[in-house]
Write a protein that binds this ligand. Structure first.
Ligand code: WQD
Length: 320
């Protein structure tokens, strides 16, 4: 089965490419290379294009036909929460626009299988510390809104023209499955903490007075290699008849606090990482982790790696 992976040259996309190859699929990457890194692709062929550009739909139809693509894993998106607040139109144009072109092209070319990369950002700041997929989605920034709209678009295509679709709501993705595929952006807690440690500066802990066991925020950190495997499970699920589920949380089900993450990093590097207790960051929920009962029972998937393995692999890849 030939699978187009949009965002294939990204941190997560490149892990998905390798998981697909290992599972016997034949991946093709699509990426606009704005943040993609070509050496992550190895031998995987690359189509370079911006899915949200004018003309993208027709070009996609041609690619689907020429390359005999049978399914798409759609990861390509702008993903900075702060940038989405500052430039909402750009986020709607990029993330929703890309989805429009993609679905229209899939319908026209008869490509019927789609795994969509969604996010825990669709939940917003829920009152519950652990959320299942039927918890109400109230995103609190344009980024999260574009992901929720993407899910609605998938749901409607499923109803209207019989698309086989699944949406995966990623929680806090981190770590590296291979030393050459580390997260090179310094945008999330674990890469930020590693970067600060290497520069001998303290890591800012955003709030130590949260209503959590140690006062710091709790999140569900999921190893990127486990996440990549969830896409294989999702593709296999699409082959099943009588599917009823559209959306799955992808996490470990276990929350870890910021201080626990930093303790894991101290353990990995063999010395105490410097910490600075800072103010709360606006918009942060105190605790957010995934209820993973559905993905375990329906897709038969569960995370294999723990927090220490996530931090250890991220640190090792950062030395590469
Ligand atoms: C994790 C925890 C911070 C940096 C974001 C997006 C979400 C998803 C994943 C894509 C929080 C704390 C952080 C620092 C800190 N993205 N922190 N010091 O906010 O949970 O989720 O990325 O889909 O949509 O919102 O991730 O890595 O920014 O923060 O104390 O220097 O670490 O407060 O509790 P977040 P994050």
């Amino acid at each position: 089965m030939k699978i187009l992976v949009t965002g294939g040259a990204g941190y997560i996309g490149s892990h998905v490419l390798r998981a697909l190859t290992r599972a016997g699929f034949d991946p093709v990457a699509l990426d606009d290379m704005s943040f993609g890194v070509s050496k992550r692709l190895g031998d995987t062929p690359l189509v370079q294009m911006d899915l949200a550009s004018a003309g993208a739909k027709n070009e996609l139809v041609r690619i689907f036909k020429d390359q005999e693509i049978t399914g798409v894993i759609h990861l390509a998106a702008r993903k900075s929460v702060a940038e989405s607040v500052a430039q909402p139109e750009y986020y709607y144009q990029q993330n929703v626009g890309a989805m429009l072109n993609l679905l229209a092209a899939m319908q026209e070319a008869g490509v019927m299988n789609l795994v969509f990369s969604s996010s825990a950002a669709t939940y917003g700041a829920p009152a519950e510390a652990k959320v299942s997929e039927d918890y109400v989605c109230q995103p609190i920034n344009p980024y999260g809104e574009t992901k929720l709209i993407g899910e609605w678009m998938v749901a409607n295509a499923v109803k209207a023209w019989g698309l086989n679709g699944v949406c995966l709501r990623y929680f806090n993705v981190a770590g590296a499955g291979y030393d050459d595929l580390g997260d090179t952006s310094v945008a999330n807690l674990i890469p930020i903490a590693i970067h600060a440690y290497k520069n001998k500066t303290p890591v800012q802990v955003f709030g130590t007075d949260w209503p959590t066991p140690d006062g710091s925020c709790v999140r569900d950190y999921i190893h990127v290699a486990d996440l990549a495997e969830a896409h294989i499970s999702a593709l296999n699920y699409l082959k099943e008849k009588n599917r009823e589920e559209l959306v799955f949380n992808v996490g470990t089900g276990k929350g870890s606090s910021v201080l626990e993450v930093l303790a894991a990093l101290s353990q990995v590097v063999g010395e105490e990482v410097q910490v600075n207790h800072a103010n709360r960051r606006p918009g942060d929920p105190a605790a957010l982790s995934a209820d993973v009962a559905k993905i375990a029972s329906v897709l038969g998937w569960q995370a294999k790696h723990n927090l220490l393995e996530i931090v250890e692999s991220a640190y090792r890849a950062s030395l590469n």
